[in-house]
Design a protein around this ligand. Structure first.
Ligand code: DC
Length: 240
């Protein structure tokens, strides 16, 4: 059966990764969380002193880009894909509030985006991939067969993220998380290079109201329709 590319974009904490992960599992596809890649570059910037007094030194980070190697590896115990930065597992560290604070400014840097987008496009060469991010349907795979755009109110998203951080033992307040969500929305949507926006042919899901389960079933249905349609088109192509 021919494989497709599924692009899932949208604001932070809309449940994109959860849906993308489940969808990849159901279809037997590879799942790629591109946010993890931007987060790993941010962690590198923090670890190497490129952030001081709350300011990111974009020039230093750009110069260091050739020394940053990012890889996804599957954890054999959990079956989950995890992020490695220069050979070290950083899956836990990249989800911290500190990384969340600086990841949007890092993601505005053109050279960072060029490096990561090129790597993402390579991952999709053989299709059979579900990728989530901000620019997947618009920049990384403008020809993706299925594009989903997920959104929800900032308050609902902050509440989800707050619970997640508390669950991981981080000492944060709801207000701090809400501010971070709103700040990232603003920076991600207004940056010059590849701002977050809905691709014209993307299907929008607002999950402020819609339950996660219902939403997943709908997206799975859409993916199956696209895959069947592709198979049908291929058969048509074989007709004399
Ligand atoms: O999905 P996430 O919240 O883990 O993403 C972290 C940040 O990375 C987000 O604020 C914007 C940026 N990002 C991006 O600019 N482009 C992507 N394809 C994925 C993430």
């Amino acid at each position: 059966m021919r494989k497709i590319i599924v692009a899932i974009d949208g604001h932070s904490s809309t449940g994109k990764s959860t849906v993308a992960k489940r969808l990849a599992k159901a279809l037997g596809y590879v799942f790629i969380d591109t946010g993890a890649m931007y987060r790993a570059v941010t962690l590198y910037a923090l670890q190497n002193g490129f952030v001081s007094e709350g300011k990111l030194n974009a020039q230093k980070l750009t110069a260091a880009l050739p020394s940053i190697e990012l890889k996804f590896k599957t954890n054999t115990d959990t079956g989950k894909s995890e992020m490695y930065l220069n050979g070290k597992n950083v899956e836990g560290e990249i989800r911290s509030m500190e990384v969340s604070k600086y990841v949007s400014p890092v993601a505005t840097i053109k050279e960072v985006r060029e490096k990561l987008v090129a790597q993402q496009q390579k991952m999709g060469l053989e299709k059979g991939i579900v990728m989530d991010g901000r620019d997947i349907g618009t920049v990384v795979f403008p020809d993706a067969e299925l594009k989903i755009y997920m959104t929800a109110s900032a308050e609902i998203r902050a509440q989800r993220r707050y619970q997640e951080l508390l669950g991981r033992g981080e000492n944060v307040s709801y207000d701090e998380v809400l501010k971070n969500v709103q700040d990232r929305d603003r920076i991600d949507s207004t940056r010059e290079t590849s701002p977050l926006k809905k691709a014209e042919d993307a299907i929008e899901f607002d999950n402020s109201e819609l339950g996660m389960e219902e939403q997943f079933e709908k997206i799975l249905d859409l993916a199956r329709q696209k895959i069947d349609l592709q198979g049908f088109q291929n058969l048509e192509g074989l007709k004399p």
